[in-house]
Design a protein around this ligand. Structure first.
Ligand SMILES: [Zn+2]
Length: 532
């Protein structure tokens, strides 16, 4: 297919000011930037008055399941995302063994159940399956450390023996051989959280042999934030991996302002030659599972063991006293914690989605702790939540920092079908458009060119995607054409299934996936496989 994009203001992804030119695309590649083309285009896109820039790279995504359910990546591609990094926060769907496959089948989110059957084991088989599904966007796979640990140690809270560590290394090696870009951890989520620093260093040494990346949801984003950032850097330094700290933030009122310190720590590490950087999403609320409120010991052994403990009066009392203590110690100091937690996913009763724990507690006539336990028990442990716990000053500091890039921390959703059943964090639909429309155009926190750099060339060079992320002749034609006066996010906490506005055209590998703001149902995405 030969396409000409004419008359637009080109923002090339480097951060340089926009300039006028035409872009000519042939067979998926930007073949010329200029004003004359010897070839005859089959399609001409009139981009006058609009910005033409590289497709956005979502540095931190979770579409491991959802691209198998719905390959169109609606919520993402409609905000200009053309490439998504998956396998994040320690959780990937491969490589797995029989035990893990069965565990995944049992614990997958309700809206995914019945739409995906876990019939792969190796990373290669999983990536082939994604390829066969033919997705609308490109995919950059990571290996989840939690997944690797689950294969070998299930949910046991202990160190691996030497043989077990070797077995884990084997899974990492297999994943890297198949083309994963690196290893991710989720150090607040079992079983990833059961690993000591040294275990991760050892596994990252394997990743370093392949020149891969270590991406981490660090061990604490509130009271233990600073130690957790240092641990991520230490893992990079000792293993030789480059490091990406995921969704960089400071949670809980008494930790607000700590990003001043953590940004400095990252800068100092770079001065020593450690390649470390971070990503952010442009919201002050985070999204996770309700079980994060429970102590780590209560989660040992997996979901069924947790539910057993909640049914056992004595264990339940102990869990409760841990939670009461946390509230007393002011973990979320300013407000009653249950006022700032909103339920987003609760399959047994979708009607309560959107309400806070405090509201549900009133409705049910239970105190907030009992409400949390009931929610977990009734849903067999699967309750999605949003916590309003961050400060905008920290967010803006991270956003402005030259080392940050943009990551949605979301999977793909759609306004129809199974992916419309839960109520996601609005970042799923809004992240990229919000940075461009709200934080850049309206608030002037970043220039448009700098915002686009953080969505394109910055993640591309971090991931070593050297033929994407810039508008250059010979590069893959992943492109976005948007209206700089209109681009904006529409998704809100209460009404998140709203596509972004102002994104008029999106091209992935030279094919039109969004045309005049609508999905064409084209699926030209590729599974990108890393090679050093
Ligand atoms: Zn995370």
């Amino acid at each position: 297919m030969k396409i000409a994009v004419v008359g637009g203001m080109i923002v090339d992804g480097t951060g340089s000011p926009w300039f006028y030119s035409n872009i000519y695309i042939s067979d998926g590649i930007i073949s010329k930037i200029g004003h004359e083309w010897e070839e005859r285009p089959e399609v001409v896109i009139d981009a006058s008055g609009q910005v033409v820039c590289p497709g956005f790279i979502d540095m931190h995504g979770h579409s491991d399941y959802s691209l198998l359910v719905n390959p169109f990546a609606e919520s993402k591609v409609r905000q200009g995302v053309t490439t998504e990094v998956i396998g994040q926060c320690g959780f990937s769907l491969a490589p797995i063994n029989d035990w893990s496959a069965e565990y995944l089948e049992k614990t997958m989110p309700d809206h995914i159940k019945g739409h995906v059957s876990v019939d792969w084991r190796t990373m290669d088989e999983y990536l082939n399956k994604l390829e066969e599904r033919r997705t609308s966007i490109n995919v950059v796979p990571f290996i989840g450390h939690g997944t690797v640990r689950m294969n070998v140690l299930r949910f046991e809270n202990r160190e691996p023996t030497e043989e077990e560590l070797e077995e884990m290394k084997g899974y990492v090696r297999e994943g890297m051989e198949a083309g994963a870009f690196g290893l991710s951890t989720g150090l607040i989520y079992p079983p990833s959280s059961y690993a000591k620093t040294e275990e991760i260093v050892e596994l990252c040494k394997v990743v370093a042999e392949y020149k891969g990346m270590y991406a981490s949801h660090i061990r604490g984003e509130s009271d233990t934030l600073i130690e957790a950032v240092k641990e991520a850097i230490e893992i990079g330094e000792k293993s030789g991996c480059r490091v990406e700290i995921s969704h960089f933030k400071a949670s809980g009122k008494r930790n607000w302002g700590k990003t001043k310190v953590t940004c400095r720590i990252v800068e100092e590490a770079r001065e020593r030659g450690v390649e470390v950087a971070f990503d952010f999403y442009p919201y002050t609320a985070s999204s996770t599972g309700l079980d994060v409120l429970l102590p780590q010991w209560a989660l040992e052994g997996g979901v069924e063991a947790m539910l057993r403990r909640l049914r056992d009066p004595e264990a339940r009392r102990e869990i409760r006293s841990y939670m009461e203590d946390r509230v007393r110690r002011g973990k979320y100091a300013d407000k009653e914690v249950y006022d700032i937690i909103r339920i987003t996913d609760f399959a047994p009763n979708r009607g309560i989605q959107g309400k806070t724990v405090a509201e549900i507690s009133k409705e049910w006539g239970l105190d907030p702790y009992e409400t949390v336990f009931e929610l977990l028990l009734r849903s067999e442990g699967r309750v999605g939540i949003i916590i309003h716990g961050m400060n905008e000053e920290d967010l803006l500091r991270v956003m402005r920092h030259p080392l940050s890039c943009v990551g949605s921390d979301s999977s793909c959703y759609a306004k129809y079908g199974p992916l419309s059943e839960t109520r996601p964090h609005p970042r799923a639909y809004g992240t990229f458009a919000r940075v461009l429309g709200y934080y850049s155009r309206e608030r002037k926190i970043l220039t448009m060119e700098e915002a686009i750099r953080k969505m394109t060339s910055a993640p591309a060079s971090r991931l070593r995607l050297f033929r994407r992320g810039l508008i250059r002749e010979g590069f893959h034609a992943d492109l976005v054409v948007f209206d700089p006066r209109k681009v904006i996010d529409r998704a809100t906490y209460l009404d998140p299934h709203q596509y972004a506005e102002g994104i008029n055209y999106v091209l992935v590998n030279g094919e039109i996936v969004v045309e005049k703001g609508e999905h064409t149902k084209a699926r030209p995405g590729k599974v990108l496989r890393f090679s050093k």
